[in-house]
Design a protein around this ligand. Structure first.
Ligand code: ADP
Ligand code: MG
Length: 240
């Protein structure tokens, strides 16, 4: 579903991604771990075209998104993204946050968009919160709204950038549970997280990235128990 071939990304003199090759199969849950500043967010942002790559190709369902002729907006609709800081629209209710993009971008009718939004709210355990504003919700609830909002576009893949890092510890599980459910339903997911329990239980594969390069790629439990690289061992030693 996703294929990155020799991806390089430079911001002026900073060489942030240094030849990343990566494939994600349909239905696969790929977990990305790595130190702060190693390029994890940049990698995700390249996948949905929020950042332009300096070199290399990225294919999404066969289309080369680095090709200037490709309609990146069309492709981006197929890729949901969830951020560390939720990024909900503060002036819109929960319901309007979820229906906004389907109505504006896909021209779905108000009625149909609201029906789907209510279904999604139920799915993420937030029935009855339709008319609340983001500020009235806990971080865990806001993040679940953000997931529902992304799902409302009926994406083929979901990217998560440290979705639980900004949450109080007691709110982490409710978000991970929603993600787990999504994974079991067959969603293709790329998840940057340091939640190692989630990685082992839900992840099909784990990559460790350091200084813009993939140093490990394998089954999560194998990578944890038997990292090939000294830098990976060092990193796991700090977080586990
Ligand atoms: P991670 O998500 O692994 O913490 P990032 O992908 O956010 O890492 O960042 C990797 C490196 O790229 C960092 O050194 C960061 O400062 C740099 N970087 C990220 N975005 C930009 C940008 N827009 N302009 C310049 N440098 C950036
Ligand atoms: Mg990041």
């Amino acid at each position: 579903m996703i294929e990155m071939v020799n991806i390089h990304k430079k911001f002026k003199e900073a060489h942030v991604l240094k030849g990343v090759d990566l494939k994600v199969a349909k239905g696969e849950v790929l977990v990305i771990v790595g130190p702060s500043g190693s390029g994890k967010s940049t990698l995700l942002r390249c996948i949905n075209g929020l950042e332009k790559t300096t070199e290399g190709h990225i294919f999404f369902e066969g289309d080369d998104i680095t090709d200037k002729k490709v309609n990146i907006n069309k492709i981006r609709q197929k890729i949901g993204m969830v951020f560390q800081q939720f990024n909900l629209f503060p002036h819109l209710t929960v319901l309007d946050n979820i229906t906004f993009a389907p109505r504006k971008v896909l021209n779905v009718s108000k009625k149909e968009a609201e029906e789907l939004a209510r279904e999604l709210l139920k799915k993420v355990g937030l029935e009855g919160k339709e008319n609340q504003y983001p500020i009235q919700l806990s971080g865990g609830q806001q993040q679940r709204v953000a997931i529902a909002r992304a799902l409302a576009m009926k994406p083929d893949a979901m990217l998560f950038d440290e979705p639980t890092s900004a949450l109080d510890p007691e709110l982490v599980k409710e978000v991970l549970d929603v993600m787990k459910q999504l994974a079991y339903e067959g969603m293709t997911m790329v998840v940057v997280t340091h939640e190692m329990g989630f990685a082992k239980e839900v992840g099909d594969r784990l990559i460790f990235i350091d200084d813009g390069q993939i140093l490990e790629d394998g089954n999560p439990s194998d990578v944890f128990s038997n990292p090939k690289n000294e830098r990976t061992k060092n990193f796991f030693g700090k977080i586990l």
